[in-house]
Design a protein around this ligand. Sequence first.
Ligand SMILES: CC(C)(COP(=O)(O)OP(=O)(O)OC[C@H]1O[C@@H](n2cnc3c(N)ncnc32)[C@H](O)[C@@H]1OP(=O)(O)O)[C@@H](O)C(=O)NCCC(=O)NCCSC(=O)c1cc(O)c2ccccc2c1O
Length: 139
Amino acid sequence: MSSPYQTRRRIEFRDTDAAGIMHFSAFFTYMEQAEHEMLRSVGLSVMQPDGESTIGWPRVSATCDYKSAVRFEDIIDIAVSILHLGSKSVRYRHEFRVADRLVAVGEITVVCCRIDARHQIASIEIPAATRERLARHTV
Ligand SMILES: CC(C)(COP(=O)(O)OP(=O)(O)OC[C@H]1O[C@@H](n2cnc3c(N)ncnc32)[C@H](O)[C@@H]1OP(=O)(O)O)[C@@H](O)C(=O)NCCC(=O)NCCSC(=O)c1cc(O)c2ccccc2c1O
């Protein structure tokens, strides 16, 4: 049975703005960190060595809807789920909650790529073993 990956952060001072609320850009950092953490939790890495090269996940789309302000030292719960596990791409949904109040929803699409020693990237099909692990959080 698949379910979202859950993680939690306390809002850092550097992530807030002059209005005292979490800056819009910080949500993207939290989404990226939560995704990388989710990958580690299923035994993967966002930079997975594969022979002479590395399998990584460049982003092709990123959005976030902001519903309610988040403040310094708030505890934020982040639920990461996979909305679409494609041939080469993965679309993540991130739901941010403070004390059960939905404060933001973000989506990020990443593409499975082979990254060579010269940092050239080329998309590849998601390997079967990786797909199997990601399926644990596909809703
Ligand atoms: C990534 C690309 C090389 C892919 O180009 P390509 O032409 O091979 O891709 P396709 O068009 O065939 O599509 C493959 C697959 O992706 C879906 N897709 C493509 N574009 C979009 C889109 N805009 N929105 C949604 N989906 C899209 C498409 O439908 C296909 O899906 P299937 O599942 O059906 O196969 C090329 O696009 C490229 O080079 N783009 C630029 C990437 C970039 O510079 N991004 C900005 C920064 S990346 C970044 O910040 C980053 C963060 C990390 O955390 C990383 C972690 C690990 C490694 C790298 C990281 C990283 O770079």
